[in-house]
Design a protein around this ligand. Structure first.
Ligand SMILES: NC(=O)c1ccc[n+]([C@@H]2O[C@H](COP(=O)([O-])OP(=O)(O)OC[C@H]3O[C@@H](n4cnc5c(N)ncnc54)[C@H](OP(=O)(O)O)[C@@H]3O)[C@@H](O)[C@H]2O)c1
Length: 341
């Protein structure tokens, strides 16, 4: 059994990791940590439903103790925190899967623009692998640091990848309209996330200014060997979890609906978690809730020059914790679906 730990276990992604790891056949939970406590405290005190199922304390996060207690750590921390501990964890020989954006962007200048502060330990950026198994599976077993993708980038990249990989899309030919449930913003207290503000409301935010936009540009650029500049408008949807991306892709040459459907089917043929739906079916967030699945559908606009690719994921599943477990499975040589079905 591999010993694993979660730092940020009191947050939404941390709780979801806990759910997946408790039923994982090849790992044992040995370390849980958060910030808002002064001494080790039984995990059942915050999650009473775990009484009798997990006899472990969660504790104030301490790097040395974490590295000594676990072979692999999931960091589910706010932006800017992981970078202060990752170098020490890597030096101690610990595998790290970081759910934040700290190690996703390759350029420190782009990072500073996206997140509003400078990267404090950019050295480890070279060691990090962008953890989208559908694109980087074969590299995952050679890394110690996985930068788990953002939720919006996961849906948008999976929706666009088959056409970008074929180099059929112009650099300015992608428009992403995406909606996320409120848990996407984490558990911290913010007025705009109060039930009374978010319920019965649909609103755009950070229109074309979201920190995930450079991440999407970077990864589509690597895949399509071009410099992409997507248009990206995220929205907050009045639901707890779920993320839906509608991606409009302008083709360089005409294609038919059956061609595009075939390209998507072929691209994702062997993927255990990406399901290309046959027409007329369309993705639904409710169907992928609490799973690591991504549902995809494609349509071609009459004229054959514009494709609409639609993707639904659970922002806490394929958008965060589920994908992190999938990455761990590949990294450690377990079957990719272990603990996720
Ligand atoms: N939510 C999503 O859908 C989603 C999707 C993809 C990626 N992500 C990324 O995943 C990360 C976690 O997101 P989340 O939504 O789960 O956040 P969250 O609900 O706000 O939880 C944050 C967690 O980090 C802990 N924490 C904060 N500062 C800490 C510190 N200095 N030392 C130790 N623990 C600390 C908090 O502990 P206390 O409770 O003790 O403060 C809490 O457990 C973020 O970087 C986010 O961008 C989130």
């Amino acid at each position: 059994m591999v010993r694993v730990g979660i730092v940020g276990v009191t947050g939404y992604s941390g709780r979801e990791l806990l759910r997946y790891l408790l039923r994982h056949p090849h790992v044992t939970l040995t370390y849980l940590a958060a910030r808002r406590l002064s001494k080790p405290t039984p995990i059942r005190d915050i999650y009473p439903e775990l009484a009798g199922r997990l006899n472990l304390d969660y504790r104030p996060f301490a790097v040395k103790e974490a590295a000594a207690s676990a072979d692999l750590l999931f960091l589910a921390l706010p932006p800017g925190v992981a970078m202060t501990v990752v170098p020490a964890l890597l030096n101690a020989g610990t595998f790290v899967i970081d759910l934040s954006g700290d190690y996703r962007l390759m350029s420190t200048r782009t990072f500073a623009r996206a997140y509003g502060f400078r990267h404090r330990h950019p050295q480890a950026l070279n060691d990090a692998l962008y953890g989208l198994p559908e694109l980087y599976r074969e590299h995952l077993s050679h890394t110690r640091l996985v930068a788990n993708p953002g939720c919006y980038p996961t849906a948008a990249i999976l929706a666009a990848a088959p056409l970008v990989a074929k180099r059929l899309i112009a650099p300015d030919g992608i428009i992403i309209d995406a909606k996320s449930g409120v848990s996407g913003a984490g558990k911290s207290l913010k007025e705009e996330l109060l039930f009374t503000e978010a319920n019965e409301d649909l609103r755009a935010y950070k229109a074309n200014d979201h920190q995930h936009m450079p991440e999407i540009n970077q990864e589509l650029g690597r895949l399509g060997r071009s410099r992409f500049q997507v248009v990206f408008v995220p929205h907050l949807a009045p639901m707890t979890r779920g993320l839906f991306a509608t991606v409009y892709l302008r083709l360089k040459r005409r294609a038919t609906a059956s061609q595009v459907q075939r390209w998507y089917n072929t691209f994702y043929r062997d993927e255990p978690f990406v399901h290309v739906l046959p027409p007329p079916a369309l993705p639904k967030t409710a169907r992928v809730a609490h799973t690591n699945d991504c549902e995809l559908a494609v349509r071609v606009v009459p004229g054959g020059r514009t494709v609409i690719a639609l993707a639904a994921i659970d922002n806490l599943g394929k958008g965060a914790a589920g994908q992190a477990i999938q990455n761990m499975n590949v990294l450690l040589g377990f079957e990719e679906t272990a603990g996720l079905q």
